[in-house]
Design a protein around this ligand. Sequence first.
Ligand SMILES: Cc1cc2nc3c(=O)[nH]c(=O)nc-3n(C[C@H](O)[C@H](O)[C@H](O)COP(=O)(O)O)c2cc1C
Length: 193
Amino acid sequence: MSTANIVDTVIRHRRSVKPAQMNGQKVPDHLVQHFLEMADWAPTHGLTEPWYYRVYSGDRVKSFCQDHADMYRQAIPAEKFAMATYEKLLHNGDKVSHILAAAMKRGDNPKIPELEEIAAVAASIQTILLTATAHGVASFWSTGGITHHQAMKQYLELDDRDIVMGLIYLGYTDNSFTDGKRIKPNSEKWIWE
Ligand SMILES: Cc1cc2nc3c(=O)[nH]c(=O)nc-3n(C[C@H](O)[C@H](O)[C@H](O)COP(=O)(O)O)c2cc1C
């Protein structure tokens, strides 16, 4: 297969694999470090390199999920609290290998709009997902639970101007990567002038 075909295949076959579909097998730490190294090559306007990851591995996966569930219980008004969500957050890590909390760390270059810093981090996250796919590692980018709540920002020791971009769950799965689906035809998403 040519390099171009390999890249196309990886992009086409990256799929969101939910934590419950993972099998508990551990991804070697050095592989996750490799994903982070690849993520560092995302485009970045003004070389602000605004991506920031906090990696949870080993016992810290379970404790992160416990903390996330507890923060959900505390942050959500009692009338909106759902036990099913609490339980899901609590057990999200049961079959997962690593969790990466991804954030945009706002730099001090005022010329770069926040939107562009967010865009750069999204590109960096996609690089992790694609590199993981290339190495046979399942991934899931989630903004569930209280990802966007102030409590999570504090938990991750971020500043006010920083933004939590999501939680990336990594692991292995016994399921084969499915074809995926898109609802709108691709041709509706561009105009060729
Ligand atoms: C910023 C972002 C946040 C997401 N958060 C969630 C989430 O909280 N729960 C969920 O089920 N999927 C979440 N997803 C994954 C999407 O559901 C998934 O990408 C979509 O269904 C398309 O499937 P695919 O990734 O396999 O192509 C998120 C995706 C993005 C880009």
